[in-house]
Design a protein around this ligand. Structure first.
Ligand code: HEM
Ligand code: NAG
Ligand code: NAG
Ligand code: NAG
Length: 494
């Protein structure tokens, strides 16, 4: 008995010392973090945050605590960067340490660190390099990416003609172009717009974007370890992704059966060849699991982003008919009615380019960016940010800078034009973020936005079902993504 008692006592003392040391070390570690609102245990700064509009809460806190501050999202300290200077200093000047990907528990728990978007370290480096290279190669093959996008834009116009100027919901039809472009890069196939599988895929991608931005996701992200064990909506939020992966796995099987090592047809073939080449290399990152995750990453990142931007853009043009009229005028003057728009026209169309930039600026599709981390203890200004701390470089703070874009809350293509009507260059236009983690699909996305919008407006005028003045352009959901509100419109052939 006595022996047991003293052993227990020694044990308890040891544990207490250990806990004391650990806590001291922890608090020492956090001592030089930037200032911020005082957190409470477990709930962190919940009372300073509006979970319905987290991006707006984060902007507001900067007014009080300055351009670099710390906020506790649940019990996780998160460093927030506000304004161009701070964002650029981190993502560009100190780009080698701010390139980690922060956890977005709802999603990262699902991807287990494979793929591109939510991976880190060697996996990320290899997958990103491979994806960039392969995207580029399939843009320089026999048919360039530009030709693919042009063809898709023509298919879209054919499809839109069938509407015969009747009201319709643009959600899925405007996803067809970006989705088909990614499908043809990934597995060399484009789908007919009525194809059931294709519609189901776009439905999943659309729901996925809403789910990732939903309030449940925000709550789960605050207390992942706690909520994980309880029943609730978080269990089914990303069910759809496994459908997408199964769909991709089917495609991989088809590819394995028909693979010709000397003639890679697409991204999947290149990946399978790489897997074969590296099969004796124990350090290889090229495994099936990473292929399906990269595939679903590219589909998710490349479809709903571009499609949402197009839908927001159409809504904004309907609300501002004078802007639509000027775009029509420029299209007729530079391209005419008979030729299909191509990227070489873009340079000669400063007004249209300004409109596209202003759409992306105004909607700030990813207001708080995707979360970053620092990959080592990092001195930033007068602070020290410990390794693996989550960092949010707020894109909204740069895109809505009121010195660079006077009256930022107003939709005005003038934000990107100089007094002579030429395109005004600005470093503050960063909807795709900056630095080593910046969007992989920026040039593809910008090409799709330009070609789709000009091809549609070359052929149609937009007609709203409500008075333009009454059109609401506020996002339906504002979370990781700003989700456009649902609406209908008519397209009148010109
Ligand atoms: C209007 C359309 C788009 C916008 C506004 C957009 C924006 C962004 C942003 C803000 C990020 C996070 C950057 C960061 O962490 O600093 C990102 C990442 C990414 N985007 Fe896009 N994107 C768009 C379209 C696309 C397309 C078409 C593709 C497909 C090729 C794509 C693929 C990716 C990938 C793979 C990442 C992860 C990069 C990484 O973690 O290394 N995006 N995008
Ligand atoms: C989105 O969330 C709902 C509710 O949890 C779920 O039923 C649905 O399957 C999810 N969608 C996707 C694509 O995962
Ligand atoms: C790629 O996927 C496989 C699982 O199939 C995994 O074992 C490997 O670690 C992945 N690459 C990395 C290092 O994440
Ligand atoms: C506008 O045009 C005038 C005359 O051609 C030129 O002097 C001026 O520098 C131009 N302004 C800008 C901002 O390019």
């Amino acid at each position: 008995m006595e022996l047991l008692g003293s052993t227990t006592l020694v044990f308890i003392i040891c544990v207490a010392c250990l806990v004391f040391l650990l806590v001291r070390k922890e608090s020492h570690k956090w001592r030089r973090l930037p200032p911020g609102p005082t957190p409470l245990p477990i709930i962190g700064n919940l009372m300073h945050l509006n979970l319905k509009d987290l991006p707006a809460s984060l902007l507001k806190l900067a007014k009080e605590y300055g351009p670099v501050y710390t906020v506790y999202l649940g019990s996780t300290p998160t460093v927030v960067l506000h304004g161009y200077e701070a964002v650029k200093e981190a993502l560009v000047d100190q780009g080698d340490v701010f390139l980690g990907r922060g956890r977005l528990p709802v999603v990262s728990d699902f991807h287990k660190g494979y793929g591109i978007i939510f991976s880190n370290g060697e996996t990320w480096k290899q997958m990103r390099r491979f994806s960039l290279m392969t995207l580029r190669n399939f843009g320089m093959g026999r048919r360039s990416i530009e030709e693919r996008v042009q063809e898709e834009a023509q298919c879209l116009v054919e499809e839109l003609r069938k509407m015969k100027a009747q009201p319709f919901d643009p959600t899925f039809i405007f996803s067809c172009v970006p989705c088909n472009v990614i499908c043809s890069i990934l597995f060399n196939k484009r789908f007919q717009y009525q194809d059931e599988k294709f519609l189901h895929l776009m439905h999943l991608l659309n729901e996925n974007a809403k789910n990732i931005s939903s309030r449940w996701s925000q709550i789960y992200n605050l207390w992942p370890r706690l909520i994980k064990h309880f029943p609730g909506e978080h269990r089914s939020l990303f069910k759809g992704i496994s459908d997408i992966k199964n769909f991709l796995l089917e495609k991989v099987k088809e590819h394995q059966e028909s693979l010709d090592y000397n003639n890679p047809r697409d991204y999947m073939d290149c990946f399978l060849i790489k897997m074969e080449q590296e099969k004796d290399n124990p350090k290889s990152e090229f495994y099936l699991e990473n292929l399906t995750t990269c595939g679903s990453n590219l589909l998710a990142a490349g479809t709903e982003t571009t499609s949402s931007t197009l839908r927001f853009g159409i809504l904004l043009l309907m609300k501002h008919p004078e802007v639509e009229a000027k775009v029509h005028e420029e299209i007729d003057r530079v391209i005419g009615r008979d030729q299909s728009p191509s990227m070489k026209d873009k340079m000669k169309m400063p007004y249209t380019e300004a409109v596209l930039n202003e759409i992306q600026r105004y909607i700030t599709l990813l207001p708080s960016n995707l979360p970053h981390t620092v990959i080592q203890d990092t001195k930033f200004r007068q602070y020290v940010i410990p390794k693996d701390t989550t960092v949010l470089p707020l894109l909204s703070s740069v895109l809505n800078d009121c010195k660079e874009f006077p009256n930022p809350e107003k939709f005005d293509p003038g934000h990107f034009l100089d007094e002579n009507g030429s395109l005004r260059k600005t470093d503050y236009f960063i909807p795709f973020s900056l630095g080593k983690r910046a969007c992989v699909g920026e040039s593809l996305a910008r090409m799709e936005l330009f070609l789709v919008l000009t091809t549609v407006l070359q052929n149609f005028s937009l007609k709203s079902l409500v008075d333009p003045k009454d059109i609401k352009t506020e996002p339906l959901i504002s979370g990781i993504l700003n989700i456009p509100p649902p609406f209908k419109l008519c397209l009148i052939p010109r």
